[in-house]
Design a protein around this ligand. Structure first.
Ligand SMILES: CC(C)(COP(=O)([O-])OP(=O)([O-])OC[C@H]1O[C@@H](n2cnc3c(N)ncnc32)[C@H](O)[C@@H]1OP(=O)([O-])[O-])[C@@H](O)C(=O)NCCC(=O)NCCSC(=O)C[C@@](C)(O)CC(=O)[O-]
Ligand SMILES: NC(=O)C1=CN([C@@H]2O[C@H](COP(=O)(O)OP(=O)(O)OC[C@H]3O[C@@H](n4cnc5c(N)ncnc54)[C@H](OP(=O)(O)O)[C@@H]3O)[C@@H](O)[C@H]2O)C=CC1
Length: 422
């Protein structure tokens, strides 16, 4: 397939189906591929077209359910959207092992987001800083006027901070509007406030406003989860010590911490996606928070309690909403929220933190004992069978045989498939 041109003027003005035919013609897609993309499944083309630009189809990602979770004394079923095998099983597995100790206890630091306004060309930045702080009441009024609905829901402006940064081409005055965005993730809400306030800041300081945008380092919106895994439930002291050593490794070494935190995000991002929230916003916040000391470190902490049990904690920014973004517009996201049974963004974020902690426990336990491949590859075997060309019942047969042989590879799957088909 060779694309003849990428310049398609007015593609955005066509319907999704018209666009699909146009793209198919240019990219050389056959009728099967066109029919595949034209079937948008449970997200109809018109809804998808209202969500993003130049829509030609949808991409289905499996939606799984994590079982066994108790969060703050409540039994919860957690929908997870992910393409990666063993992620859902890992959460089920970890949550099962801390049910005897009551599951997960969670908390939230608040629902505050920060909008930043960058001012350049201020000749006396320290003087400007104080002038801006003197205008706090006007700034508060301007922000709250911008979003009366948010205010009616108990949110709105909360605080004002002004920092002076030494830029290469001179000092920059950075204004932080701290806003309670309640049940919204809040990006659009705070961006509008930053844009509304910027002209006044320019007038008061003589500076020129450039960027007016939220910060994804949502460190005033931290979700916290903790749990205890009893020695008897996890397989003894050796397992605990292996997990503690794995944590220490991650906390000391950014090369390991990146993978360790990726494991946490396997769970976090899957629930964020399933509920129609912004995965990139949460991921950016998580990684920036992990690096806040100047070194990239583990988002979780693992310790041993006085009785020798394993305790784990996770603390990370979690800016998610029940309103806004795709949380209401995507029909599957709405059902995912119904399954979760959450009635506030705060509760959603707390549940996601519990999932992140569970995910980390499962990965560390596997890594510190049998190795990740045994469990992961056993569940990945079906993907490998499909890659080798298996269809229908062949998928299970080939996968089962590869797991039994302890060799989960495409070449083995191809060989098994060949002998199965005689
Ligand atoms: C894979 C398991 C769970 C097997 O674990 P196991 O102990 O062999 O499984 P089991 O058959 O004894 O079942 C134990 C429980 O696990 C769950 N479970 C078991 N199988 C399923 C399944 N098919 N579907 C749903 N749930 C499943 C289920 O809750 C089950 O209890 P039950 O419900 O039967 O009473 C375990 O080995 C595990 O937790 N591994 C960790 C897997 C993982 O972390 N995967 C993520 C992908 S790897 C990665 O990207 C991240 C990483 C690893 O790099 C991060 C890092 O380095 O830190
Ligand atoms: N860097 C980033 O992360 C960026 C992300 N985004 C995107 O922004 C979107 C999220 O923005 P967000 O502001 O949450 O979405 P919306 O603007 O869609 O929704 C928030 C609005 O909903 C209204 N609202 C109604 N009920 C409530 C309630 N109970 N609590 C809070 N607000 C309520 C409020 O007022 P009203 O009805 O008056 O609007 C509020 O401003 C995501 O799609 C994200 O991808 C955008 C830019 C940058």
């Amino acid at each position: 397939m060779t694309t003849t041109t990428s310049r398609i003027p007015g593609l955005h003005r066509l319907t999704p189906l018209e666009r699909l035919h146009k793209v198919a013609e240019i990219a050389g897609l056959g009728p099967e591929a066109v029919a595949h993309l034209a079937n948008t499944g449970n997200l109809d083309a018109a809804t998808a077209d209202a969500m993003i630009e130049n829509v030609i189809g949808t991409l289905n990602v499996p939606l799984g359910i994590a079982t066994n979770l108790i969060v703050d004394g409540q039994e919860v079923l957690v929908p997870m959207a992910t393409e990666e095998s063993s992620v859902v099983a890992a959460v089920c597995n970890a949550a099962r092992q801390c049910r005897n100790t009551g599951g997960f206890t969670t908390a939230m630091s608040g629902s505050l987001m920060i909008a930043q306004v960058q001012l350049v060309g201020v000749s006396n930045p320290e003087f400007a800083r104080l002038r801006i702080l003197e205008h706090r009441a006007e700034i508060e009024a301007l922000c709250d006027e911008t979003d009366p609905v948010l205010r009616a829901h108990g949110g709105g402006f909360r605080d004002l901070e002004v920092r002076v940064l030494a830029g290469r081409s001179g000092p920059m005055v950075i204004v932080h509007l701290v806003v309670d965005t309640r049940d919204a993730m809040g990006a659009n809400a705070v961006n509008s406030m930053a844009e509304a306030v910027a002209p006044c800041l320019a007038e008061w300081t003589g500076g020129r406003p450039y960027l007016r945008i939220l910060s994804n380092l949502a460190d005033r919106r931290l979700a916290r989860a903790r749990a205890t895994w009893a020695l008897a439930d996890i397989g003894g002291a050796e397992v605990r010590d292996g997990i503690l050593a794995a944590f220490e490794f991650a906390d000391l070494d950014p090369y390991r911490a990146a993978t360790h935190n990726k494991g946490i995000m396997n769970g976090v991002s899957a629930v964020v996606l399933a509920t129609g929230n912004d995965t990139r916003a949460v991921e950016a916040g998580a990684h920036a928070y992990a690096a806040r000391s100047g070194q990239y470190r583990s988002l979780t902490q693992w310790e041993m309690d006085a009785d020798g049990n394993l305790t784990g904690t996770l603390e990370m920014p979690l800016a998610v909403g029940l309103i806004g973004g795709a949380t209401r517009s995507h029909p599957t996201a709405r059902i995912a929220l119904d399954i979760l049974g959450v009635s506030s963004a705060d509760r959603l974020a707390r549940t996601i933190a519990a999932v992140g902690l569970a995910q980390n426990f499962a990965a560390l336990k596997a890594l510190a004992t049998t190795g990740i491949q045994k469990g992961h590859m056993a569940l990945h075997a079906k993907n490998i069978a499909v890659m080798a060309g298996a269809v229908g019942e062949e998928i299970d047969q080939v996968a089962r045989e590869m797991v039994a042989q302890g060799r989960v590879r495409v070449d083995i799957a191809e060989r098994l498939l060949k002998s199965l088909r005689g």
